[in-house]
Design a protein around this ligand. Structure first.
Ligand code: 13P
Ligand code: SF4
Length: 307
């Protein structure tokens, strides 16, 4: 392991040096590889990352995550260069919904408010009234004055919000996250049988029956907050395996058990070499249409004001 670790440390140091020289900021999602998280300026959930992107005075933003995250950073910083080291690192759920589909739904539900999960393309964001993340979805739903709310694209998150805000009529779309939708009650119950004392904590992109058996439901950062505050030292974690690194760093005394299929391939595509190449050659620049960016900014900014 030593030569491998030494090689990794050498690339990490090169990335950090280059980052200083270029006045760049590295933002990384909680699901990215451990060696990326360890050198990022900020690691967090979608809301925290969007907030950081909106506040930064760096000249260059390098996003380690998936394309909707880089796009959101670009919309908030239209005159800055935003790099996504692997341009094809998309989000399977975001690709399930298009701007054209939202425009068709607008015609079908002319009086409804349109709320988009941040896991959408800029094209979709440009068509909606407000965006939200898994961290502030409930506050977002409550903040809309309309009773009818079309929520795209995550059917599970829509169902979760509907269960907590029954006074609203949430019209669901058919999108889902493969990594979370594949988490089953049987997997979680098996883990609970093996570790009866563990708390079950879940991400709200998971199916409703998994959420119903959970002790805590929240965004990736809120799950980390729960573990930070908890007196327990065993957790069954209903989300993507990348979270293990942050959780174990935070609570080395605790054990974390994950369902077997919760892996997001595209979150793992950015490694140290691709990050270094992108930063040094400024490859993977996110380019968006000005008009789309201008229309997508308002719903994103609304999202940043709540929760
Ligand atoms: P968070 O905002 O909770 O980090 O979730 C983002 C995501 O893509 C979950 O699959
Ligand atoms: Fe998209 Fe799911 Fe991957 Fe999150 S985990 S980026 S929702 S595919």
């Amino acid at each position: 392991m030593k030569p491998y670790n030494d090689a990794m440390e050498t690339i990490q140091n090169s990335v950090l040096k280059l980052k200083e020289e270029k006045n760049a900021i590295i933002l990384a999602h909680n699901y990215t590889l451990p060696e990326i998280q360890d050198i990022a300026d900020f690691v967090g959930d979608s809301l925290g990352l969007s907030r950081k992107a909106s506040e930064t005075d760096a000249d260059l933003i390098v996003f380690c995550g998936v394309s909707f995250m880089g796009e959101t950073a670009k919309v908030l910083n239209p005159d800055k260069k935003v790099l996504l080291p692997i341009p094809e690192a998309g989000c399977a759920m975001a690709s399930m919904c298009t701007g054209e589909q939202v425009r068709a739904l607008r015609k079908k539900y002319p009086d409804a408010a349109f709320l988009a999960y941040v896991n959408t393309t800029a094209d979709v964001k440009a068509e909606v009234d407000m965006c939200c993340t898994s961290s502030n979805v409930i506050d977002a739903v409550k903040s809309l004055k309309e009773t009818d709310i079309v929520f795209v694209p995550d059917t599970n998150l829509a169902e979760y919000a509907a269960s907590l805000v029954p006074e609203k009529n949430i019209i669901k779309f058919h999108g889902y996250c493969p990594a979370h939708h594949g988490i089953t009650v049987w997997q979680m119950e098996d883990l609970k049988t093996m570790h009866p004392g563990a708390d079950v904590i879940s991400h709200p992109e998971s199916p409703m029956d998994v959420l119903n058996m959970s002790d805590f439901i929240g965004s990736t950062e809120k799950m980390i907050g729960y573990v930070r505050e908890s007196a327990n030292n065993e957790f069954i974690v209903g989300t993507e395996i990348g979270m293990y690194h942050r959780l174990k760093k935070l609570r080395p005394d605790a054990e974390f058990y994950f369902p077997p299929s919760a892996i997001c391939q595209t979150m793992k595509m950015t490694d140290l070499r691709t990050l270094y190449k992108s930063l040094s050659e400024e490859t993977g620049e996110i380019i968006l249409d000005r008009d789309i960016m201008d229309r997508a900014r308002r719903p994103i900014e609304k999202m940043l004001t709540i929760g």
